[in-house]
Ligand binder design. Structure first.
Ligand SMILES: Cc1ncc(COP(=O)(O)O)c(C=O)c1O
Length: 471
């Protein structure tokens, strides 16, 4: 076992875990710690350097997330050869210490969309990719099925039934390269050019812009404390509605069963299609899991959208549509000549990952990981801010909103000066809206529990000092 004796300085703005991470990273890159070396066990290093467990754990997690090390059960943290890191070594060399970069590396970025990479099973995923490439199936290297890999669609049909109560056959599933690609296809399938789409306001701007670019007009529908306002929706006379019922984006409320049934009744009566975006329903922290809207959809008015971006990796660029059977036939007629946009190789590897049970295991693990981070985030906000900050949307997902009663733009700016990034929400409203001006968004998927804790405590300092100055 090696010893490590870095020079750590508590007085610096860069947190201790980051200093330790940077030290080990540099030693690995310059050959001071050769590949195959086992890093000292966490407990040992804590004692040796008089650091907290969180500090050492966070440094190790960051190294593993970036592929410098891997965690081997019962063996320890092993240094990997440089060619196995996530960034090519040439790039790593170029990354050496610019003053500005060092300070940006020290930031706590509460960015929505980042996920936890330190628990991602890279080794298993690599093996699935390798097994996919070793396949005898030559179609793998060509365009592939235009609706997507049949095996992957079969696995998805099984998964969606078990996890979300969706009953469908693989023929109803279309694999897409992300949610925006899926919505673009639906606009063409449903000939939406020049037509009205009802959408929650605030809502997901990423999808709204796809509708607008396909020539749709958006009818914004307001929210109530329990989700979309059904009276406003009925009055809109739209024939298509886009909604996030299981975790409203960005507010986070869950549409209750009574409202789901009313929405479905209305859609069936008025012959309306509902696009249900079930983007992060795997991660719920309170109450029992709720089935999707699609699970209740007896009359086939719901088009279901899912994505691998939260449950697996955004970089897979894989999502899927479950079409009502009538639309599955129309899809074949109208878009049957479109080539599949997602890579057959990635699809095959994800199929293997699912078939061998790794996906289910990964989700089970990530539920616990995110639950823990979520708990840390909520308790840190309560500890540091008490009643000064209202937390919005804390039941599910990988982000929350913080309502402050002060100008969000100022608070974002103050936080950034101390190295913490939180985000504005104004883009989620169709038109500028006053309630957006005091809310900030904090994603927590990509930060460790220790980083969340430290990030929120710095946020407190940043906001407290600014509120004193303002008085
Ligand atoms: C509401 C909503 N839907 C879907 C997605 C996922 O999009 P994609 O599948 O393109 O990664 C996101 C991600 O940020 C989202 O916020």
């Amino acid at each position: 076992m090696i010893e490590l004796t870095p020079l750590l300085n508590k007085q610096l703005k860069t947190p201790l875990y980051m200093q330790l991470y940077q030290y080990i990273k540099k030693e690995i890159e310059t050959g001071g710690i050769p590949p195959g070396t086992l890093l000292p066990p966490i407990r040992h290093l804590c004692e040796h350097l008089q650091l907290s467990k969180n500090t050492v754990e966070s440094a190790y997690q960051q190294l593993t997330a970036e592929g410098y090390t891997e965690s081997r059960p019962r063996i320890g943290i092993k240094v990997l050869p440089l060619e196995k890191t996530l960034m090519p070594p040439s790039q790593l060399k170029n990354r050496e210490p610019k003053e500005t970069e060092q300070s940006s590396a020290a930031t706590y970025d509460f960015k929505y969309g980042d996920i936890d990479l330190s628990h991602f099973p890279f080794k298993t995923w690599r093996r699935c990719l390798q097994n996919a490439l070793d396949s005898e199936d030559h179609d793998l290297f060509l365009y592939g099925d235009h609706k997507g890999d049949f095996g992957l669609r079969s696995e998805l049909a099984k998964y969606l039934f078990q996890a979300r109560g969706v009953r469908c056959v693989p023929e109803q599933i279309v694999i897409c390269s992300g949610t925006q690609n899926a919505v673009g296809l639906l606009c063409q399938l449903l000939s939406m050019n020049g037509r009205l789409v009802a959408a929650e306001n605030p809502g997901y701007d990423g999808v709204r812009s796809v509708f607008l670019n396909h020539g749709c007009a958006i009818q914004p529908i307001g929210l109530e404390t329990d989700g979309i306002n059904l009276s406003q929706l009925a009055a809109s006379r739209a024939k298509l509605v886009y909604i996030t019922p299981s975790h409203q984006f960005p507010y986070g409320m869950v549409l209750p069963i009574q409202k789901r049934l009313k929405l479905l009744e209305w859609a069936s009566r008025e012959n309306v299609y509902i696009i249900e975006d079930d983007y992060d329903s795997e991660f719920r922290y309170q109450g029992r899991p709720i089935p999707s809207l699609k699970a209740l959809d007896k009359k086939e008015n719901v088009i279901y959208l899912g994505t691998f971006s939260k449950s697996f990796l955004p970089a897979a660029r894989l999502s899927y549509i479950v079409l009502p059977s009538k639309l599955a036939d129309e899809f074949q007629e109208k878009l049957g000549r479109y080539s599949q946009s997602a890579s057959p190789i990635i699809q095959k590897a994800v199929f293997l990952f699912m078939k061998e049970g790794f996906f289910e295991r990964h989700i089970r693990k990530m539920k616990k990981v995110y639950q823990e981070k979520h708990k840390t985030l909520i308790s840190a906000i309560k500890t540091h801010f008490g009643n000064d900050v209202e937390i919005i949307g804390e039941k599910a997902g990988l982000h929350i909103l913080m309502k402050t009663g002060r100008r969000a733009q100022d608070l974002i700016h103050k936080a950034e000066k101390l190295g913490v990034k939180v985000y504005q929400v104004s883009d989620f409203w169709l038109e500028p809206h006053e309630s957006s001006s005091s809310i900030v968004m904090a994603g927590f998927g990509g930060l460790s529990a220790a980083e969340i804790e430290e990030g929120i405590s710095i946020l407190r300092k940043a906001w407290l000092s600014s509120s004193k100055q303002e008085r």
